[in-house]
Write a protein that binds this ligand. Structure first.
Ligand code: GLC
Length: 749
């Protein structure tokens, strides 16, 4: 009986407060309307019900952190949970939602969050790979597909995009980001928010995005995950914050804290970051969620004495939704009673979270993301797989191709595929694979075989060795297979779990005995192409010396094998360009293209001179620079022209160059524009990416590429920490990567 009254009251209360003012497909949210509704709901909520909205718990379907609370269902029924993550599938989500909507006094629906980082079931290339396409529309579309598939199984909140800039490939989470460059990373960050959120998050095929990890998580000392970040305010503002600002400007609905401190202050207690900057300066309107137990982690960080103190610091900093530590649930009542936190902050947090639920339409229909028809018909469609295959071909980067080793000649009839990644299915999913399934992955062996059938080519696979141990058990079989083949493909690299979270490495060489195997195979003298599968730049100078051809394939998702085979057989032509520098060795790290010049740069005319900024045991230059990538064809740059020799803040400078396809394949070139501010009130990078243009050219074709520049593009944090441009001389470069190109200069008056 009690339950029925309870249920009646909830429905009555619920329907009074939340008549669907937006019934039907009206995608415009009535701002005045929902604020009134949210405010009136907060007025009738008990204190405990408010705190319940600030509690985010994991269901047991995925484990993405150190602790779990098995009582999440009971806590939902008690009104002590506002959101659940790592729960998906229509039936399961509906069951959990029913506990909240029908078994609590007010029936406030839950959010359902999940790490949809590079696809949901149709898994796309890892984000670092996607960034190498330099194709903003493609990246946006991949997240639109991911949002559509995730919302077909109950998810309405993606813990993405991850927009952490990083210059340190020892840090495994570079796999989740867009590389080392702030300007490109900011463009990609905004594209991802648009992909996930679409025109309106009321649309049942879009969801809340969550920019993470705010902030500077990608700059840990020693490349060790979760470790100390100690950088200047100038570096923070100049290099690490802009992609987050781009997300806010794109309307991102939520923000996730980072585990790290920034110069002594952990993000989850950083009032300057979350209130002064994010809210007051940037005008962010969404809600803030912590990363996994990161409020609790203020204790080991050494800024909180106990859980209560941690909760006090976090809430007062502006942190709103507590992921998995339950510190708010257990401590806020006492913290308010003792005057350590103000209830207005709790009301603000509850309001921001309820607003997101309203915008999603959950108060119109809490089960609107539990649509079995969509679940059955809209996931892993042929269309999404075809798109994934195309994304693989665009995200691969051709690092070397001596003597036109690639594409595989038509004459080849017997291919030996050798190496531990040749038939690796699960590794193709990368390290945040959501509901991706290994059995859905097309391995390189699968891709070669299915293409081989069309061309009457035999493919013989020998693993040869494991990824990461010292056994040479398979070497002899591999050598034998190579001797019997016309062409050899070596599939080498990392396991997917050797990058990603909690996967830092101090040694970035090919793991195990893979290089040794490669050397044994290459010395046979057969035409040989190496395909690299990895989640971060690796140090491969020896392999690069010996391998005739190297294709960086990253972890390409469910269509890896097909996309790579399209490239290997010339059905597609590589166009990807690196968005992260490949060091020559770990000793060079951090190494990135936009470094400062320092006071004693190496003099290229006298490189051996002692008193210069260089190493005794290594060149300064990386193995492959930012922006680098080859094609099967070649491109010639000529006729660099500037529309003016000087500009003011009212002018637009047009920078033009002629690009000619001088090779034997049609192909696409990513033309890059860099500037160098020669003299500033503070030191300036030797180069800064400020534009690019993707141009497709048939064999022999020429096109003129025009990239625009204004003084707005030249702004930086000056000596007085003003974000402004400064008059003076600038060099401008147009070229195929960050280390070469046509050069000119102009004056800013
Ligand atoms: C993890 C990750 C974060 C992820 C969260 C939930 O620790 O740091 O990126 O979104 O927990 O799985």
């Amino acid at each position: 009986m009690k339950n029925q009254i309870h249920l009646f009251f909830s429905i009555a209360c619920f329907s009074f407060l939340f008549q669907s003012c937006n019934s039907g497909p009206n995608l415009k949210i009535d701002t005045n309307n929902y604020q009134k509704k949210v405010d009136s709901l907060i007025k009738i909520m008990t204190f405990d019900e408010k705190i319940g909205q600030l509690n985010l718990l994991a269901s047991g379907w995925d484990v993405t952190g150190p602790v779990m609370d098995p009582n999440y269902k009971q806590l939902i029924k008690q009104g002590k949970v506002g959101a659940i993550f790592n729960a998906y599938k229509v039936d399961y989500v509906a069951d959990l939602q029913r506990l909240a909507v029908e078994e609590t006094r007010l029936g406030i629906p839950l959010l359902f969050g999940y790490d949809v980082i590079h696809g949901y079931r149709t898994i796309f290339p890892i984000p670092l790979a996607q960034s190498c396409t330099w194709d903003l529309a493609m990246i946006e579309h991949s997240d639109r597909i991911a949002a559509s598939e995730a919302t077909a199984e109950g998810i309405n909140w993606a813990f993405a995009p991850m927009v952490d800039i990083s210059r340190d490939p020892r840090w495994g989470r570079v796999s989740e980001g867009a590389g080392e460059d702030t300007w490109l990373g900011s463009k990609i960050a905004a594209a991802r928010v648009r992909g996930f959120q679409g025109e309106s998050i009321y649309d049942e095929r879009t969801l809340l995005a969550c920019m993470k990890h705010f902030a500077a998580y990608g700059a840990p000392q020693a490349g060790r995950d979760y470790h100390t970040v100690d950088i200047s305010e100038r570096s923070l503002l100049e290099y690490y914050l802009p992609p987050f600002k781009a997300c806010v400007d794109a309307g991102v609905a939520s923000v996730m804290t980072s585990f790290n401190e920034i110069s002594g202050v952990p993000s989850s207690s950083n009032h300057w970051l979350y209130t002064d900057l994010l809210r007051d300066s940037w005008g962010f309107k969404g809600f803030v969620v912590t990363d996994y137990t990161s409020i609790y982690e203020l204790i080991p960080h050494g800024v909180a004495e106990d859980s209560a103190h941690a909760g006090e610091l976090a809430l007062n900093a502006g942190i709103q939704l507590d992921m998995q530590s339950s510190i708010y649930l257990k401590n806020l009542k006492n913290l308010v009673a003792t005057g350590k936190v103000n209830e207005t902050l709790i009301d603000k947090a509850v309001s921001d979270i309820l607003t997101a639920k309203y915008k999603l339409g959950l108060f119109d229909d809490p089960y609107r993301y539990c649509n079995k028809t969509r679940q059955e018909n809209e996931i892993m469609t042929q269309e999404s797989k075809d798109f994934a295959r195309q994304m693989v071909t665009k995200s691969c980067v051709l690092l070397k191709n001596d003597n036109q080793t690639l594409p595989i000649p038509e004459s080849v009839k017997k291919i030996a595929l050798i190496g531990p990644l040749g038939d690796a299915d699960v590794d193709m999913l990368g390290n945040w694979s959501a509901t991706g399934l290994a059995q859905n992955c097309v391995t390189l062996l699968d891709g070669l075989k299915s293409e081989g059938i069309n061309k009457n080519i035999q493919v013989h696979f020998v693993k040869g060795c494991n990824v990461n141990d010292d056994s040479t058990y398979g070497f002899n079989d591999a050598i034998k297979a190579a001797k019997n083949a016309d062409y050899v493909i070596l599939a080498l690299g990392e396991h997917r779990n050797m990058s990603g979270e909690a996967a830092s490495r101090t040694n970035l060489d090919l793991p195990g005995v893979q290089l040794h195997l490669a050397e044994k195979i290459i010395e046979l003298g057969k035409p040989t192409a190496v395909i690299l599968f990895n989640g971060r730049p690796l140090t491969i100078p020896e392999l690069n010396k010996k391998a005739p051809a190297i294709l960086e394939a990253w972890f390409g998702g469910v269509e890896s094998g097909n996309g790579i085979a399209d490239l290997l057989f010339g059905k597609a032509v590589p166009s990807g360009k690196l968005t992260m520098t490949f060091p020559l060795n770990v000793g060079q790290i951090p190494i990135h293209y936009n470094m400062k010049n320092n006071g004693r740069p190496v003099d290229p005319t006298n490189p051996e001179y002692q008193f210069r900024s260089k190493y005794l045991d290594s060149p300064n230059e990386p193995l492959f620079p930012f922006g680098y990538g080859l094609s099967y064809t070649t491109f010639e740059y000529s006729d660099l022209k500037l529309s003016a020799s000087e500009i003011t803040n009212t002018d637009t400078l047009l920078i033009q160059a002629r690009i000619t396809n001088t090779g034997n394949f049609d192909g696409e070139e990513i033309v890059q524009l860099y500037v160098h501010d020669l003299v500033g009130s503070v030191t300036r990078p030797v180069k800064e990416l400020k534009g690019f243009s993707k141009v497709f050219l048939t064999k022999g074709e020429s096109k003129t590429v025009t990239i625009k520049l204004t003084t707005n593009d030249l702004r930086f944090y000056t000596l007085d920490m003003l974000y402004a441009y400064e008059p003076g001389k600038f060099e401008v470069y147009i070229g195929p990567n960050s280390s070469t190109g046509l050069k000119d200069s102009f004056l800013v008056k």
